[in-house]
Design a protein around this ligand. Sequence first.
Ligand SMILES: NC(=O)C1=CN([C@@H]2O[C@H](COP(=O)(O)OP(=O)(O)OC[C@H]3O[C@@H](n4cnc5c(N)ncnc54)[C@H](O)[C@@H]3O)[C@@H](O)[C@H]2O)[C@@H](O)CC1
Length: 495
Amino acid sequence: MIEAYAPETVYAAERVLMERLAEGELMARAVTGLAKVAAIRLAERGGRRVVALVGPGNNGADALYAVAHLAEDGILCGAVLLDGKAHAGALSAAEAAGVVLAREVASEVPAPLSDAAGGLIGEADLVLDGILGIGGRAGLPMWARTWVAAIPETAYVIAVDLPSGQDPQGEQGDPDGVFADETVIFSVPKPVHLLPAGEPACGLLTVVDIGLDFGEEPVAVRRLDRQDVAAMWPVPEATSDKYSRGVVGIIAGGESYTGAAILAVTAAVEAGAGMVRYVGTPTPQALVRAAVPEAVHGPGHVQAWVIGPGLDSAARHKGAAAQRDCAREALASTVPVVIDAGGLDFVTGLREAPTLLTPHAGECARLLSRLTGREISRREVTDAPLRHARDLADHTGAFVLLKGSWTIVAGPGGGTAYSQNDAPPWLATAGAGDVLAGLLGTLLAAGLHPGPAGALGALVHGLAADRANPGGPIRALAIARALPATIAGLLRENC
Ligand SMILES: NC(=O)C1=CN([C@@H]2O[C@H](COP(=O)(O)OP(=O)(O)OC[C@H]3O[C@@H](n4cnc5c(N)ncnc54)[C@H](O)[C@@H]3O)[C@@H](O)[C@H]2O)[C@@H](O)CC1
């Protein structure tokens, strides 16, 4: 897994380490690593000129010291910096090493670049972005916009710690900020590196260890990877039976959306539920009987419910009212529940038992609008997904798995969020969410906590989609069908 720490946690760890080290040692470690990566990339690309974009903080100092190192090694280096604001030690080092300097003014209105700065940036083969680091607020400062706009398309851009303008907390992105080819991270990733608002701006992530220790410090964002599956996936033991492995109840489908029932039930069975119980109206029930002979039918005892794929909360067809009653009873019970699609209409507020909501951005916006009485648009959710997932979690007491090209899982009251980015874009297809809901039901029924279950489910769902047809179109049923071999492969890989 990859774990990201919040800037305040990083600053605290830095303070602890700095007390034990000689002054400047920590930054020296960061600079040595940064300069090494920059030298390698320059050589790989056959480039000659490097420019550092130097902001007023320590991030700028890192970049300025790094070009001083590179200049000492004979590389043609320049730096664009704010007159009177650069780190004194780094500035002396850069001057002594022969770095060409362009001193700019920190204007609050868009101002043209000086010829000196324009020349340095425009001719650079490699740019070190040290405008803002973890002390930065979201949004590129006005004075830096012309610097960033002048970066040539052909230059390789290395962001120092994080791409400037992007929110270090990763909650919102800046389209005018730096989009790097590579980000050299000091010690540990920060939320910006793993969350959808920032990750696309980071490029390749390269970690330089500067010796920080995070011990038991809280993790802000976690990403599971395939090596984590074996330790987390519920594997039956010799003494297991179908009940101890977990019975999943699926309340899904109706006379209008029959396929959702088949997909969710199939996925739960393929993911390894001990037993799957289906509750639906006559048509999907007949289809599930034919397509998934392993399923049993009608309400009964379960270890987790999945409520909602293809469920029409206002349907008047035969059996619809009984299906709704079963959904309401499940919600009122203490049994863990996955609530998806039409099931989200049943959410009215806090639920204490383990609950995992699985909205996409539009559903998240609608549900939040209904629960808060304030109109929230889909766009607001896609612009700041973690904030809205957390908000919905706080209003419902549930874990929220927010679907999108990144999957975010957040719980009530803050704490560690998960960010998964495993799905091929081909996964954006009708029915894929029904498969995910069934898969998640299997994990909750086996006793997993909704937070890790959400992340694990999203990971395996993405990997199964890839396995179903690497690099090409995938139908939802193929994702469900690919689950057994995907899971077996992951378990074998990591035993
Ligand atoms: N503390 C340490 O010992 C180490 C710090 N390191 C570097 O230091 C960085 C953090 O340095 P700082 O705490 O100085 O923070 P930054 O270098 O991110 O700069 C913060 C400064 O920029 C200003 N600022 C922030 N957002 C702004 C905005 N949107 N518009 C205009 N001005 C803005 C702030 O008021 C502050 O003066 C890290 O990212 C890393 O690169 C590394 O050298 C490793 C060691």
